[in-house]
Design a protein around this ligand. Structure first.
Ligand code: SF4
Length: 368
């Protein structure tokens, strides 16, 4: 099956499928779902996306565009029909306002509304107006007619850095200004592009959204804290900590907890899904403690290098097994199993004695 999406970015069909299956996995879907997503796009069924910008640094868009190996940014732009995006559009003024109206009318009730940036509500929206309308008016109008609403990045999810105290603009996250509307939140500064791609493609292919947690985050992508998957975790468990930037422990790649790492309380998938497709391209990977950018209670509230308490300082003594549940074990079966284990242990003991005796004999023969 030819893959039209592969041509513009020069990505092979295999690479294209890999992006789709990785995106599916990011939101908790199996590989076959990724293949269905790819087939859907190959048939020309691209979701219409209207992308709004408010109070932000455009870092989430930049993060998306700067990906590589393969060029996920180019693929994303091939996988969706990006019908309105203020940063990427060549048009401006009345032309781009007309494009927005047209996109909303053409895809009424079906398009995906992606919100990047916080929404300022203080002073009757005086801090952000586009085309004469306040950010609040725009977000309520566009999101109100959308089939799915996604808040990308921490600013759109819960206010992010624009909402840092004293928050003079009254910056809010999208869920707060869209009561009653389901808003998928993808916090992160920036958000991981795969989480966005997986969410959009799931909606476009299956008409559903990922399972969400109480904060509107895709459960799978935000289920674990960084600390659980961190490559420096063995150093933490062994008590090896960098004490200051540039010291021996820091140069050796030891745990950054004592430098203020917020990984133990930060829900994100950065440790297993690095940015820009480059292994190690995330804060801890390049030697800086996690700043907790996804967490409203941490980011821009607790100073970068202040240590935080750890709820579960050590891993559990035993992890749950992966074997399916089985029926009751009878006393007879337990006895037979015990005999079998005993026989194995006894056999192993005898074998080890024999090996040991043989090794002793060989040592004597080799002795000068
Ligand atoms: Fe990794 Fe930070 Fe946890 Fe250390 S404290 S293991 S650097 S997440």
């Amino acid at each position: 099956m030819p893959c039209p999406a592969a041509d513009p970015s020069g990505v092979s069909r295999r690479g294209f499928l890999k992006v789709c299956t990785t995106a599916a996995a990011a939101v908790g879907l199996p590989a076959w779902a990724g293949e269905r997503m790819a087939e859907n796009v190959a048939r020309g069924k691209k979701p219409s996306v209207i992308w709004l910008h408010f109070q932000e640094c455009t870092g989430c868009t930049e993060s998306l565009l700067r990906t590589s190996h393969p060029d996920v940014g180019a693929l994303v732009l091939d996988l969706v029909s990006l019908d309105y995006h203020e940063t990427l559009f060549a048009a401006a003024g009345a032309q781009i306002e007309a494009a927005l109206e047209q996109a909303m009318s053409a895809g009424d009730g079906k398009y995906v509304c992606i919100i990047e940036g916080a929404i300022p509500v203080a002073e009757d929206g005086a801090y952000c107006r586009i085309g004469g309308k306040t950010a609040l008016e725009i977000v309520r109008t566009v999101a109100g007619r959308a089939g799915a609403v996604i808040a990308i990045g921490s600013c759109a999810s819960w206010g992010g850095i624009p909402s840092a105290a004293p928050n003079p603009t009254g910056a809010r996250g999208a869920p707060e200004v869209l009561p009653g509307k389901t808003v998928v939140t993808l916090p992160g500064c920036p958000a991981n592009p795969y989480n966005l791609l997986g969410t959009v493609l799931q909606y476009a292919t299956f008409g559903t959204l990922p399972a969400l947690d109480a904060k509107g985050r895709p459960k799978l992508a935000y289920a674990r804290v960084i600390h659980e998957d961190c490559p420096r975790r063995p150093h933490f468990d062994a008590g090896r900590f960098a004490q200051s930037f540039g010291d021996e422990g820091h140069r050796q790649g030891w745990c950054l907890y004592k430098l203020g790492c917020k990984g133990p309380q930060t829900h994100a998938s950065c440790a297993i899904q690095p940015f820009c497709e480059v292994p190690g391209a995330w804060p801890i990977g390049i030697g800086h403690p996690c700043v907790g950018c996804t967490e409203q209670e941490i980011a821009f509230k607790i100073p970068l290098h202040t240590t935080i308490p750890i709820e579960r300082p050590t891993g559990p003594m035993a992890y749950p097994g992966t074997a399916p549940a089985r029926g009751e074990v009878s006393a007879v079966a337990a006895g037979v199993a015990g005999l079998a284990v005993g026989a194995l242990l006894a056999g192993g003991f005898v074998a080890s004695r024999q090996l040991s005796a043989r090794a002793d004999a060989e040592r004597k023969e080799d002795a000068p």
